[in-house]
Design a protein around this ligand. Sequence first.
Ligand SMILES: O=C[C@H](O)[C@H](O)[C@H](O)COP(=O)(O)O
Length: 226
Amino acid sequence: MDKIVMAKRAASEKAAQYVRDGMVVGLGTGSTAYWAIQKLGEMTKNGLQIKAVATSNQSEALAKELQIPLIAFTDIDGIDVTIDGADEVDDEWNLIKGGGGALLREKIIASASKELIVVADEGKKVEQLGKFHLPVEIVQFGYELTLRKLASYGCIPHLRMSGEKRFITDNGNFIVDCEFGRIEQPSELHVALNMIPGVVENGLFIHLATKVIVGFGDGSVRELGR
Ligand SMILES: O=C[C@H](O)[C@H](O)[C@H](O)COP(=O)(O)O
């Protein structure tokens, strides 16, 4: 198995150990969270009793395929634990997410979770956020204007494409990948970007992660301390 895949899988399988009978579990999105969902599928097959909510149509489909029981939001008060990946994690455990375009649903579910366990390969750990272009979900109407506003915050905005077409999120919106280079003040930027009319949500996850598990190419894992 490829070393990065091994790292992603190891971190995800470690995170799954925190899931207990009776929990409501948030299923993340992406190539790392994929392994957590796989592991939870195996655990439910072996008798683990959980109910899950998914952060994307893709993860929901995978959960169904693995026969992980899903529950409607109307039937839960909150979420016990969510396991999700990240594109970048800094020393404060602030994150950039949304590389797969799922940031809005991910943030709604992370915000409703008592625990957000972030699973990542070692390449995702950074000292400062911003090398990865920050994904921002925007409504389609007037997107040219929203792009200009985003640029006024010091980034080069790239409207995300999927082949020849514009990428459309599960919520019917566009994604703009904002090239900042370095993000000096993530908390302030997070608030400022969400104030722009047309912006639905941005991929900065500030103080939401409660645990970060990093996987390595040799299959070992490390839980980060703060
Ligand atoms: O929109 C996608 C999510 O935020 C992913 O969790 C993030 O992009 C990390 O994905 P991956 O585990 O595939 O690197």
